[in-house]
Design a protein around this ligand. Structure first.
Ligand code: FAD
Length: 465
């Protein structure tokens, strides 16, 4: 074991970068680990390099460019940065196992900041396993990482802020054959209006205006948009060739080359669950999230969770939550005077809250349809082991009460994605079939290794002995 760090930060997205900069500027020995080659996380992916590419910067927009300042602040601090490095195990005592360049290393932190972000909500619809079907986030990663955009007709099916943002970015990138299937249920509109007054405070109006501008641009460019879409099915033998769906009372079928699905993002649970942090079902965001105190500490002392991994808050609030974790750790280490701590904590809490005024409105408006959470019988739920929804319902009828037991019956969640893609759906189906709450149903028990590690890589730590 090389050294004991005051803090190890996992993830260099907005939350991790803000936490690391705050910690290192305050004199804490800080190590940042991220499996990507450069800082930025999901939203600001490759922001340093793309800042030198005016064409791509124009496509990605000004909110993307904001990430460069945060990356520069972290780089200017004394934080040690390790990129292209995956964390594959964390123990509750602050031991962190990484792998990079074929070698495994064991590190120790007095505190850990898990800032590993969100993932897209799985969208299990018939045909979602066909080649040619991706997620909106995956296509956006190709755009940010390599400036690539799809050729041929692209159908985007889903809803939520990232859905419209990516549609807009496609237009900016010059894509002309784009069809949107907006799955926002019409019935969501009225209940969401209850949250509009709150959304008009803090930074809410800025987000609302941005959304309205994106929609106006899509309308001006005459993009075909089908609204209130349901029953999406992707058809094709070898690969996706068409999408059928209902829009209002009409049934449609359109040909396509690529289909991208998106129904919002949910916290990535793998790391926090593997450490044993307590999670609860969030009935507003329809996902599990870790139980955190107001400064971001989890149920395990010394393990902090910042950013979207602690509940979906968006990029700027993620950065403020990272700062809050950083300040709390500095205080615990005795590295910040009380008055300065109180002043900076108040400012960060205030700024964080101002970005959250929009959330209840967005969460209610873009609440996914029931068919996304608990899909029709013939739909494959576990992609790795090809387990269908009806098989999960059948084992519940045979007495299976939870996701871990379903593994023994069906092998669901035991493939290479380690349950990331089927976990939320398996829990939702079992809860509905048993009539239990989601909290009582629970989630897969997640165990290390969180990333594939070879025996050779494990052996590498003893190479010098
Ligand atoms: C695919 C995708 C695209 C998105 N695009 C946008 C967008 O364009 N605009 C927008 O406003 N919001 C976007 N979001 C939402 C967005 O993620 C945020 O609100 C924001 O990036 C959250 O910041 P964060 O710091 O919590 O996490 P992230 O930005 O996700 O950063 C997490 C970091 O942790 C690293 N990491 C995770 N696990 C490990 C591990 N085991 N080992 C090492 N490193 C690890 C990741 O590589 C990543 O860099 C996107 C979300 C997703 C899932």
């Amino acid at each position: 074991m090389s050294s004991v760090w005051d803090a190890i930060v996992i993830g260099a997205g907005p939350a991790g970068m803000a936490a690391a900069a705050t910690l290192a500027e305050g004199g804490a020995t800080t190590l940042v680990v991220d499996e990507q080659p450069t800082p930025g996380g999901q939203i600001y992916r490759a922001v340093e390099r793309n800042g030198r590419n005016p064409t791509l910067s124009a496509v990605l927009g000004p909110d993307y460019a904001k990430g460069a300042a945060l990356a520069a602040r972290m780089r200017a601090s004394a934080a040690a940065l390790r990129f292209d490095t995956s964390v594959w195990r964390i123990d509750a005592d602050g031991t962190v196992w990484t792998k990079a360049g074929g070698k495994v290393e064991c590190l120790k932190g007095k505190t850990i900041v898990v800032a590993s972000g969100a993932m897209e909500r799985p969208v299990p619809v018939p045909g979602w396993t066909l080649p040619g079907v991706m997620t909106v986030g995956a296509l956006q990663i190709m755009l940010k990482d390599a400036g690539l955009s799809p050729s041929g007709r692209l159908v985007l099916a889903g809803c939520g802020p990232l859905f419209y943002l990516f549609a807009y970015q496609c237009l900016q990138a010059g894509l002309s054959d784009l069809v949107l299937l907006d799955t926002t249920p019409r019935a969501n509109l009225l209940p969401s209006l209850r949250y509009l007054p709150k959304a008009l405070s803090g930074h809410g109006p800025r987000y609302l205006l941005k959304g309205l501008r994106l929609m106006a641009k899509l309308r001006r460019q005459n993009v075909t948009i089908h609204r209130s879409v349901s029953n999406v099915r992707i058809e094709g033998d070898e690969r996706a060739g068409a999408v059928s769906f209902d829009s209002g009372t009409r049934h449609h079928r359109i040909g396509c080359e690529i289909v991208a699905l998106h129904e919002g993002v949910i916290p990535g649970q793998q790391i926090a669950r593997s450490i044993g942090c307590e999670h609860r079902w969030d009935a507003e965001q329809l996902c599990f999230r870790p139980v955190l105190d107001p400064i971001g500490e989890s149920s395990i002392p010394g393990i902090f969770i910042a950013g979207d991994g602690g509940g979906i808050v968006g990029a700027e609030a993620s950065a403020h939550s990272g700062e809050l974790c950083g300040l709390a750790i500095l205080k615990r280490l005795g590295k910040i005077p009380e008055a300065e701590f109180v002043r900076r904590q108040n400012a960060a809490q205030h700024a964080h809250a101002a970005h959250l005024t929009i959330r209840p409105f967005l969460d209610r408006l873009y609440r996914p349809r029931e068919e996304i959470l608990a899909p029709a019988d013939e739909t494959i739920v576990c992609r790795c082991e090809a387990v269908r929804a009806d098989a999960i319902r059948e084992v519940v009828r045979q007495g299976c009460r939870g996701p871990n037991q379903s593994k023994a019956f069906l092998r669901s969640g035991m493939g290479p994605c380690q349950g990331r893609m089927c976990g939320p759906t398996v829990s939702a189906i079992i809860a509905r079939e048993t009539g239990q709450s989601l909290d009582a149903t629970g989630y897969y028990r997640i165990r290390a290794p969180l990333k594939p590690v070879t025996v050779g890589e494990l052996a590498s730590q003893y190479a010098d002995e």
